[in-house]
Design a binder for this molecule. Structure first.
Ligand code: GAR
Length: 215
């Protein structure tokens, strides 16, 4: 590491419980995110439990409440301003349930990462978020689901895929049990892994696709 080496500022956007944020904090505290640090957590909801997780670990947080903005454009402008103030190098959508405008995506090409609780291109796109994803997987009857970490582009859940992990669907699953298994076995593993890879410049883009550089 050279003297000029700088840790990348990771800004995590949340809306709810923040278990994926917790997985990132745990990975950071285990020393697994070598070239970055979670510098700020931004919540779209006041009172989100994710904010308590940030506070407990001494991570600065801000609330930019979706309800206080009339539309996606105005809300996204407020987020964009905050990201600039925080000097974000990487933005992680960790259970962030709000759509951001094209302006945000264009300001940070291949710098915004999302975790989606299914194997994209299954059960993704507009309207597929949270438990709805697992309801759809169970109603289709798939035997394998999982999680995907991908870059965010202008289309919902359509950006370059970084990592995916399959998880077994069981006969007696409910959306809640499937969600829990996918979080534990996939999301909480591949999200911190992708963040660590990004911060160490181990993800390359070629032809609009993302490739992990193996040592
Ligand atoms: C996670 O399962 C995440 O993959 C999903 O919401 C949950 C948030 O949980 N995100 C989406 O559905 C986005 N399309 P968390 O707040 O405990 O991390």
């Amino acid at each position: 590491m050279s003297l000029t080496h700088q840790l990348k500022n990771i800004v995590v956007l949340v809306s709810g419980g923040g278990t994926n944020l917790q997985a990132l904090i745990d990975a950071q505290e285990r020393g697994e995110i070598k070239d970055g640090m979670i510098s700020c957590v931004i919540s779209s909801k006041p009172g989100a439990f994710a904010l308590e997780r940030a506070e407990k670990h001494g991570i600065p947080s801000r609330v930019i409440s979706r309800k206080e903005y009339s539309d996606t454009i105005n809300y996204s402008n407020a987020i964009l301003e905050a990201l600039k103030e925080e000097q974000a190098d990487l933005i992680v959508l960790a259970g962030f349930m709000t759509i951001l405008s094209e302006d945000v995506v264009k300001a940070y090409p291949y710098k915004i990462i999302n975790v989606h609780p299914a194997l994209i291109p299954s059960f993704c796109g507009n309207g597929y978020y949270g438990l709805k994803v697992h309801e759809a997987a169970l109603s289709y009857g798939v035997k394998i689901s999982g999680a995907t970490v991908h870059f965010v582009n202008e289309e919902a859940d359509a950006g370059a895929i970084i990592l995916q992990k399959p998880v077994e669907v069981k006969n007696n699953d409910t959306p809640e049990t499937l969600q829990k298994r996918i979080m534990e076995q996939a999301e909480w593993k591949i999200l911190p892994e992708a963040v660590a890879l990004f911060c160490s410049d181990k993800i390359k883009i070629s032809g609009g696709k993302a490739f992990v550089i193996k040592d």
